[in-house]
Design a protein around this ligand. Structure first.
Ligand code: GRF
Length: 207
């Protein structure tokens, strides 16, 4: 059975493009992106979705002025229409800039993953690459993890380390990490789609 993916985006959409290209080129099998939902009407990710012929929906957070619960209800209804719910499908946060309510996160427990541009649990939250530079880390990287109510804290599926160079600035480090993100996220989706991930407490085992 094909895994239906709902991708939540807010901006540039380079990770979304990496997923779509991986599916098109057969590096990810048994999965398809059935809906791309954006929290911003101007997100470039929407153009990428259209280029790949994927249905899109926009819930423009800046104009809707909804309570978080009501906003998340819109997301949930849209995902459910595409058979993504508590026991089927996968939600991928691919540069989604809104923090989801605990109710939403619980609904998709074990079925929602996020990509973060640092080696968690280091440098959680916004501007992770800048945090790594300012801290003086010699290594940073990226992490794909299951989403839990606490931000950037869920069971880790996969990580890739990236060297921090002495002459790096935020942009150069972010770009080198991004190259690895584009490999790591599709790989994690492939593992999920082929049923190879097992979560036990805070740990993920890959069979
Ligand atoms: C990526 O750096 C990702 O790790 C973070 O948000 C950024 C999204 O970039 N969560 P893009 O929209 O996929 O290009």
């Amino acid at each position: 059975m094909t895994l239906e993916i709902g991708a939540l985006v807010s901006g540039r959409g380079s990770n979304l493009e990496a997923i779509l290209a991986s599916i098109r080129e057969g590096r990810v099998t048994g999965a398809r992106v059935s809906i791309v939902i954006s929290s911003s009407a101007g997100a470039r990710a929407l153009e990428i979705a259209k280029k790949y012929g994927v249905e899109t929906e926009v819930f423009d957070a800046a104009n809707l002025h909804l309570k978080r619960q009501d906003y998340d209800r819109l997301l949930m209804d849209s995902l459910r229409k595409h058979d993504i719910n508590s026991n089927s499908g996968l939600v991928v946060l691919a540069g989604f800039d809104k923090i989801l309510t605990p109710e939403f996160v619980k609904e998709f427990s074990g079925r929602m993953i996020n990509i973060h541009p640092a080696l968690l649990p280091a440098f959680k939250g916004l501007h992770a690459q800048k945090q790594a530079l300012e801290f003086g880390a010699k290594v940073s990287g990226c992490t794909v993890h299951f989403v839990v109510p606490e931000v950037d804290a869920g069971p880790i599926i996969a990580q890739k380390a990236v060297e921090v160079k002495e002459d790096d600035d935020e942009e150069s480090l972010s770009n080198r990490i991004l190259i690895e993100e584009h490999q790591l996220l599709p790989r994690a989706i492939q593992l999920f789609a082929s049923g190879r991930l097992k979560v036990e407490g805070t740990r993920v085992f890959v069979s």
